[in-house]
Design a protein around this ligand. Structure first.
Ligand code: NAD
Length: 497
């Protein structure tokens, strides 16, 4: 089948439920934002829904000063005190889950069902770090040669600059803010200008929970490079935690090197998903659909390159393409919608170009392959089979609902092709053979592996990448350590008996 469609009619899209949109807008008016500044648009309609302050460098440095001052008192509080406030914050997130979910769908586009899932996931980080706050790791050791004892202890690293992307506006913020506060650090948070509203709202809930207002400074700016140049070079900043693309992460690491800042970098992915002949077909199809279509494919752990072993390939591709062809597209506020809009028209143009180039290189279009007429930024869930390994789509992060399938022969070939990338965030393996599952999971050069499942993230898990996908971990006990400096006291000991 060659590519025949280039656009689909917007009338095919599922429309929004007006009451749900009105509910989201009521939450936006609660935020009391200024009338002008950086416009925020709804990607499902293209309509301007709010504007947030466009903060300059001076005001950003004032935010640093205010957070730093508040941080001194915060670092001196007890872990129990911090835990209690974080627990209260979590309770408010749960109590306001619907407000948060509606806001996420309105500014980011994902379906309301997925937005509710993000609220649960994002809230879980706050609960997890409320629990972790009271369990700071430490130790007491004798020296091998005697004569002294060591107390190993942890201190808050200091002011943390947190920079988040647009694709999970709540979870990416709480995954950083909660461990920083639990460890005793003040924060300056810069959300993506495409989706800043959720951050404002969840930080407002933190204030209502009693967390000191100055401790979490939200800075929105259209001049992100000037922001990072000024704020990361300020000696009060001791840590930068960034989630976003690899090129921006590298720039931030260069600046961070000047002040020797602690860095956590959650960067781009190019996740392989391997389906072996001995996989349970239904489980593999379901897992691949989840790993590809979650957030409309706009996830750093999306299944970016799908490798299917030859014996199961035809059956897998048929089942998978059927599922994507029947996934309904439309407003995230529409009933039964599985795939919402992409974040903007640039993303739609990128899906279009990737599909075109792949088809021209010999890939078979099994379903989709079309953008929709506006308004809104929509692209049909697309399956490309027999994608040539050297085509562009097989080598870049797709970040949309386009699945690129390649076929492989034996396990060694599958693993070698999966690892042939400088990225290493998520990988997936589908097989009913336990030995193979573990052997392949170990062989994959990624920070995390989903085995027979497409949604591996959890607040309890140490999320993060290897290779150019990043440094550091978020979630789990490891996520707290990112905001702590390890110290030791060497206590001289004299024999007294
Ligand atoms: P991006 O790198 O363009 O932007 C991320 C954030 O950085 C935004 O807030 C943006 O305003 C800001 N930014 C951009 N340039 C900056 C600069 N010079 N100084 C300071 N801040 C700057 O990425 P994006 O398009 O928002 O997000 C998509 C990318 O994020 C993908 O590559 C995806 O894989 C990655 N991502 C990674 C993870 C992870 O956990 N590893 C999670 C989500 C997204």
């Amino acid at each position: 089948m060659t590519r025949t469609l280039t656009t689909r009619s917007a009338s095919e899209l599922v429309r929004a439920d007006a009451a749900a949109v009105a509910r989201a807008d009521a939450v936006i008016s609660e935020l009391s934002l200024p009338g002008d500044g950086i416009p925020v648009t709804d990607p499902a309609t293209g309509e301007r829904i709010a504007a947030v302050p466009d903060v300059g460098v001076d005001a950003a440095l004032e935010a640093v000063a205010a957070a730093d001052a508040a941080g001194r008192a915060w670092a001196a509080t007890t872990p129990r005190h911090r835990a209690a406030l974080l627990s209260r914050w979590h309770e408010l997130i749960v109590a306001h889950a619907e407000e948060l979910a509606h806001l996420i769908t309105r500014e980011m586009g994902k379906t309301l069902a997925e937005a509710r899932g993000e609220v649960q996931y994002g809230g879980d980080f706050v609960r997890w770090y409320a629990e972790e706050a009271v369990r700071p790791d430490g130790g007491f050791r004798g020296l091998p040669g005697g004569g002294a004892s060591l107390v190993v202890t942890r201190a808050p690293v200091g002011l943390a600059v947190l920079i988040t992307p647009w694709n999970f506006p709540l979870a990416m913020a709480t995954r950083k803010i909660a461990p920083a506060l639990a460890a005793g650090c003040p924060v300056v948070v810069k959300p993506a200008t495409l989706t800043p509203l959720t951050t404002y709202y969840v930080v407002e809930l933190a204030r209502r929970a009693g967390i000191p207002e100055a401790l979490i400074q939200v800075v929105t700016t259209s001049r992100s490079a000037a922001f990072s140049e000024a704020v990361l070079r300020d000696p009060r900043a001791r840590k930068v935690s960034f989630t976003g693309s690899t090129p921006v992460g590298k720039q931030l690491m260069r600046i961070a090197a000047e002040g020797v800042l602690r860095t956590s970098m959650e960067l781009g992915g190019n996740g392989p998903l391997l389906v072996f002949d001995d996989a349970d077909l239904d489980r593999a199809v379901e897992g691949a659909v989840a790993a590809k279509l979650r957030n409309g494919g706009q996830s750093c752990i999306a299944a970016n390159r799908i490798y299917v072993q030859r014996g199961i390939a035809d059956a897998f591709v048929e089942g998978f393409a059927e599922r994507l062809a029947s996934a309904s597209v439309g407003s995230g506020f529409g009933s039964g919608v599985a795939v919402g809009p992409l974040i903007d028209d640039r993303a739609v143009a990128e899906m279009d170009a990737l599909t075109d180039v792949a088809v021209a290189a010999g890939a078979e279009l099994r379903t989709g392959g079309a953008a929709y007429d506006g308004p809104g930024s929509f692209f049909a869930p697309t399956v490309l089979d027999r994608v040539p390994g050297d085509s562009r789509i097989a080598n870049v992060e797709i970040f949309g609902p386009v699945a690129a399938i390649q076929r492989f022969g034996d396990e060694a070939e599958g693993v070698a092709r999966a690892n042939a990338t400088e990225f290493g965030l998520a990988g997936y393996v589908f097989t009913e053979n336990l030995d193979r599952a573990l052997n392949v999971a170990e062989a994959l050069e990624t920070g995390l592996v989903g085995i027979n499942q497409g949604v591996p993230s959890n607040a309890a898990a140490p999320f993060g990448g290897v290779k150019q996908s990043g440094l550091g971990r978020e979630g789990g006990p490891e996520g707290l350590e990112e905001y702590q400096s390890v110290r030791f006291f060497n206590i001289a000991r004299r024999e007294t008996r």
